[in-house]
Design a binder for this molecule. Structure first.
Ligand code: 5GP
Length: 132
């Protein structure tokens, strides 16, 4: 059965899209740990990130780097952090989480409340700065 992320790639489920190329997709996490929290995924379904073919993993990392640069340019955090966990959705993904202050208290599952308008606005602004 297709994962929820494959359904997002196929537009069966809506998402706040940040970027896409032929092998990857990036979109805002619906439970953001911080403003601009983005997920980068391979289009090819695989559960565990480190089961990926090494070249595919390198490509996903390169794609994530470009998305992180767009987040940095748009939101000007101190830096953008990376988390890989994958305990909820069995489709490899890299969390990109902007860090706006050194004492920022964030973790996956601890959501900041952002409305639909703000999510749309964030996706529009970040996506404009993605250079693939
Ligand atoms: P993990 O598998 O790394 O623990 O977390 C999966 C992440 O996917 C969570 O942060 C969760 O909020 C996010 N997520 C789950 N379902 C959806 C969805 O339908 N849309 C979006 N944008 N994010 C989702």
């Amino acid at each position: 059965m297709a994962t929820i992320f494959s359904k997002i790639i196929e537009r069966e489920i809506p998402s706040y899209k940040i970027a896409e190329d032929d092998r990857h997709y990036a979109f805002l996490d619906i439970n953001p740990a911080a403003k601009g929290h983005t997920l980068c995924i391979p289009k090819k379904e695989i559960d565990y990130l480190f089961d990926m073919d090494a070249d595919d993993l390198a490509e996903l990392t390169r794609f994530s780097q470009k998305v992180a640069h767009a987040i940095d340019k748009t939101l000007q955090p101190i830096r953008t952090g990376v988390i890989v966990e994958g305990m909820l959705v069995p489709h490899a993904h890299i969390h990109l989480i902007p860090i706006f202050k050194e004492s920022q208290d964030f973790s996956l599952g601890k959501k900041v409340e952002l409305g639909d308008t703000e999510m749309l606005n964030l996706a529009r602004r970040i996506s404009k700065n993605v250079e693939l």
